[in-house]
Design a binder for this molecule. Sequence first.
Ligand code: FNR
Length: 384
Amino acid sequence: MFGPVTEIKDLQRRARFRVPKMFYDYADSGAWTESTYRDNEDAFGRIKIRQRVARNIDERSVKTQMIGRDVAMPVALAPVGLTGMQHPDGEIAAARAAEKFGIPFTLSTMSICSIEAVAEATTAPFWFQLYVMRDRGFIEDLIARAKAAGCEALVLTLDLQVLGQRHKDIKNGLSAPPKPTLKSIADLALRPQWCLGMLGTKNRTFGNIVGHAPGVTNMNSLSEWTHAQFDPTLDWDAIEWVKSKWDGKLILKGINDVEDAEIAAKVGADALIVSNHGGRQLDGAAASIDVLAPIVDAVGDRIEIHMDSGIRSGQDVFKAIALGAKSTYIGRAYIYGLGALGEAGVTKALEIIHKELDVTMGLAGETDINRVGRHNLLQPSRPW
Ligand code: FNR
């Protein structure tokens, strides 16, 4: 029915078919008019790679390091909330695929499987993404749990102090717990495999929060608590406070402006992620690939720079590396794989991107990803 999977779009089509509409739309959407969501991908298209020929490219390597960790390619799995609703035990499936591939997996605060469940199901240290909530006692506890689970890095997300609205989520009744409508019940009836998978797992609610946050014992109490908890007062002092509570590696996520990058570089974090949350927060913000180069130029000598938002191929990864990122993250590109085929789908997404990156690098005349730079891009298309 679908034919062979050769690109991320093939996984996306399958995910749309297999995942309940409410959860597929949650992934495949952006804030408000979705202009930044669209531009994240379009901006990659505007950047052109120099084609170089007759250089010996027989032996190539896309291996590199992220914050000192060896990685099979400059790609990590981004934190994605509700991953366990794209596929039962989705966080565990994604973490296993990342571990086998030799790249980092980042678990979201808003994951379905808990930190402990992912730690139990994997052996490689994963990274934990933290949203700072108003209840700092809960945050301290969460940080301690991440430490106890052996998490290697804390990824502190800074661009979600208030929520960018996604119209589709409201129209679909996406909430915790989801509001059942005739439409959503009929939709579930069309996805028996997904429903059976959900019945077969204990991981059906937000495992990092339910049973841990004060008074949050079930899904009904969760919704109210979560909405009240995202902290609009978060500032650089609060970031310093988080840093004082965590002695592992620290990555600051959601920097999309040179001035913020300058401040972030002073915090003493190990890396920052140039990101606009995949177009899910500030609609109208610049595509992250368009602000990457100025940020690299401003602070790249002081802090490791990572990048996400809009990556759907190895060509996109190549462009981000050429503009100065040390590494990238993918969100939807692996989420579609997960929704389509579970762990095998995440592996497939990683294989596709790895192959595209390797071939792109070769056709650009390079053999080592660590030597790729701006000389590999055509100057007329400079977005910076
Ligand atoms: C996200 N993202 C995100 N980021 C974060 O720090 N914590 C989170 O819980 C989530 N949740 C989330 C859910 C979904 C469905 C998506 C698509 C994204 C943002 C994510 O980490 C990353 O920044 C983007 O996904 C990158 O953009 P692409 O690769 O999806 O285009």
